[in-house]
Design a protein around this ligand. Structure first.
Ligand SMILES: [Zn+2]
Length: 286
């Protein structure tokens, strides 16, 4: 990430959230289903009351315009605890992970908390200065190569005043575990993480599963199987590329149920062997 790119990013602390008008929320046909969620012990904290935020700050460096009164997250108000929370949202592609993340970020912002959202700079499909869901919701964000650079990029003072950090496409961040530990355990932040739990071969993807032991809550979302409409738990890659990280949308991936994942893998394997045999035939033709 070049400094000029970073400097052109919009403010992320308590952004305006105009894209979040409830009327503008449209779920895709792959409306997510949360099939398990472990509720946080500390979800009943009372949030600060509220400092209104300035929605339009043109400064390239995020200004500090919301300084919430941080309240203790523990039940004993006599002793201040700096501890925050970690919440994890996983599932296949098209399950609504980013939409869920943005809804939670919006809710936190509506409660007067200072928020910021980070995404990987590997995913450039919708530009680097915003986070966009498959159904068109959009929010300014920091696009970074790693999470450890976030504090320096946003500035230590701005970082200290943040209450909530959202992380999207978390499977691309190798330093996810250390960042969540530091931010929640020592920084007092609420970290909301969204990412793929598995890759197209249903192997653990990046560090997302590593942070489950850190989490206050885990939510696994499902999509709709593109072939039969049942719940989809997996992401099937439709092309024959084999690298783990292949950025793409519906042209490359589709959500599938277990049966169609298995059938799809067989079909793809068959198609690949047919194509390879055709290549051999063509090679011998000339
Ligand atoms: Zn199916």
């Amino acid at each position: 990430m070049l400094p000029t790119s970073i400097s052109s990013m919009k403010s992320l602390i308590s952004p305006p959230f105009s894209p979040f008008s409830p009327l503008s929320l449209h779920f895709p046909k792959t409306k997510p289903f949360a099939f398990f969620s472990l509720p946080s012990k500390t979800t009943n904290v009372s949030y600060p009351k509220f400092l209104h935020v300035n929605p339009s700050m043109p400064s390239p460096r995020p200004p500090i315009f919301s300084i919430p009164i941080r309240q203790s997250h523990i039940e004993t108000p006599q002793s201040f605890s700096p501890c925050g929370e970690v919440h994890v949202i996983v599932g296949p592609m098209f399950a609504g992970k980013t939409t869920t993340l943005l809804h939670r970020i919006q809710a936190q912002s509506n409660n007067g908390r200072a928020v910021a959202v980070i995404k990987s700079n590997k995913d450039t499909r919708y530009g680097l200065d915003s986070i966009v869901t498959h159904d068109g919701m959009k929010l300014p964000c920091w696009a970074l190569a790693n999470l450890s650079s976030f504090r320096q990029k946003i500035g230590p003072d701005a970082y200290d005043q943040l209450d909530v950090i959202g992380i999207d496409e978390a499977q691309f961040f190798e330093d996810l575990y250390d960042f969540c530990c530091e931010a929640a355990d020592h920084g007092g932040k609420t970290v909301i993480v969204a990412g793929l739990d598995g890759d197209y071969l249903r192997r653990s993807f990046g560090s997302v599963l590593n942070i489950i032991p850190l989490a206050n809550s885990v939510t696994k979302l499902t999509a709709r199987c593109e072939l039969c409409g049942k719940r989809a738990f997996f992401t099937l890659r439709k092309t024959d590329e084999t690298e783990t990280e292949l950025i793409g949308g519906a042209e490359v991936y589709m959500p599938v149920c277990r049966q169609h994942y298995v059938d799809g893998q067989v079909a793809i394997g068959t198609a690949r062997s047919v194509l390879e045999s055709k290549k051999l035939e063509c090679g011998s033709c000339t």
